[in-house]
Design a protein around this ligand. Structure first.
Ligand SMILES: Nc1ncnc2c1ncn2[C@@H]1O[C@H](COP(=O)(O)OP(=O)(O)OP(=O)(O)O)[C@@H](O)[C@H]1O
Ligand SMILES: [Mg+2]
Length: 372
């Protein structure tokens, strides 16, 4: 085929890769869905290593993850040539909380920067390649990419374009750094929504394959990024008083100046809520009630005392009475966990086991490309 190298890659890749590698240390790949970013990333990694340079890869694609599981921004240090980006073992990760950057722009941007910084701190490699999600369209996509690039200050940005759709960003980045434009190769195949969902399922299955049940005492944990943990919890005695006055079991109650959270097995009426609001001094704030089942199947990250993400987990049960949380996770036994970061992604549980199936995903309108 003309325009294709012996190895099956576009000739353009071969020509530009050398120039890209020479142009600087931090290289960010930007393009729409199925534009060849991840394939090019693995090609580039091999070319970097062939040139005798050390390399790190930050995989910021929380939807179609390669190095880590979905919902994280992962860092890996390839040691030998790779066939696929997913051959690179994960060294560290930052939890993004969801399988799409939509509504999670901050963790995606912060996490990518943190993983780049960590790569520098740990091994200071000659080159760092950042692969990103295909979410580039619309206000959300452009905001994500523009601010991510602003924060990363890359030396090189590679834009994958079909019809000059990223020229606005390319114009800026050819002035600030080195910008390369690559045509989306004719060989690039579109992944269907189903394929994307299947890729994710496979990644989840692999990641959680060696998981065990971890029971962590609530007293030793801080909760972050979730509905719990923002307020001051009521002591057990006060909670019991509240339960007996209401005649309904209050499993958890916490309040801040902005809001209150109740976890109750039986829903409270409007009148009961008003009464609890008065009891908690929350007249000016919202009071939300949740079922204890709300937490089941939630994706969480287990964080060490120093703030490092050690493993992902799936909540099996938040046992308020027993004051413990049960989490299915590949976390090695004996590792001390100080904080639980709540994600917004939830697995359906069947007999307490997560079902890695498409029931968890809502397909887009038929025929719409999926921008996860
Ligand atoms: N140069 C190429 N020659 C042949 N096939 C290719 C080439 N580049 C990409 N592909 C194929 O096209 C598909 C999409 O490529 P790839 O996953 O690299 O794109 P992407 O931009 O990373 O997609 P996503 O939006 O999912 O992150 C894959 O199946 C890949 O194997
Ligand atoms: Mg990709």
């Amino acid at each position: 085929m003309s325009g294709v190298t012996e190895a099956g890659f576009p000739q353009e890749w071969q020509q530009k890769a050398a120039e890209i590698i020479e142009s600087g240390r931090l290289i960010v790949l930007v393009g729409g869905v199925d534009s060849g970013k991840t394939t090019f990333a693995s090609y580039l990694v091999n070319r970097i290593m062939e040139a005798g340079l050390s390399c790190a890869v930050v995989d910021a694609d929380v939807g179609q993850a390669s190095i880590g599981p979905p919902a994280v921004i992962s860092l890996g240090f390839p040691e030998s040539p790779v066939e696929r980006l997913s051959d690179i073992p994960m060294d560290s990760f930052y939890f993004a909380g969801a399988i799409s950057p939509q509504n999670h722009l901050l963790p995606c941007v912060v996490g990518t920067k943190k993983m780049v910084e960590l790569a520098r701190k740990k091994k200071n490699p000659d080159r760092i390649v950042v692969d990103t999600t295909g979410l580039v369209r619309g206000r959300v996509g452009r905001t994500l990419k523009a601010y991510k690039l602003d924060l990363l200050e890359p030396d090189v940005v590679v834009f994958f374009q079909r019809r000059k759709e990223l020229e606005d960003l390319a114009r800026i980045w050819e002035r600030r750094a080195k910008a390369f434009r690559l045509r989306v190769a004719a060989e690039v195949q579109r992944k269907t929504f189903e394929e994307r969902a299947r890729n994710r399922e496979e990644k989840w299955r692999l990641y959680f394959a060696e998981s065990t049940r971890h029971e962590l005492p609530l007293k030793e944990l801080a909760f972050s990024r979730g509905i719990l943990g923002a307020g001051q919890p009521l002591e057990r005695e006060e909670r019991e008083k509240l339960s007996s006055s209401l005649g309904k079991k209050v499993l958890w109650a916490e309040s801040s100046s902005e809001q209150g959270i109740l976890v109750v097995e039986e829903r409270l009426s409007e009148d009961e809520l008003l009464w609890v609001k008065a009891c908690l001094g929350l007249e000016q704030a919202d009071l939300h009630q949740l079922s204890p089942l709300y937490f089941r199947g939630l994706l969480v990250a287990l964080i060490s005392e120093g703030g490092e993400a050690r493993a992902l987990g799936i909540v099996q049960e938040l046992d308020f009475e027993g004051e413990k949380i049960s989490i299915l996770s590949p976390l090695p036994a004996g590792e001390k966990i100080a904080e639980i970061q709540f994600g917004s992604y939830r697995f359906p549980l069947i007999n307490g086991q997560p079902a890695f199936q498409r029931a968890a995903f809502r397909p887009p309108e038929h025929g719409q490309p999926s921008e996860d």
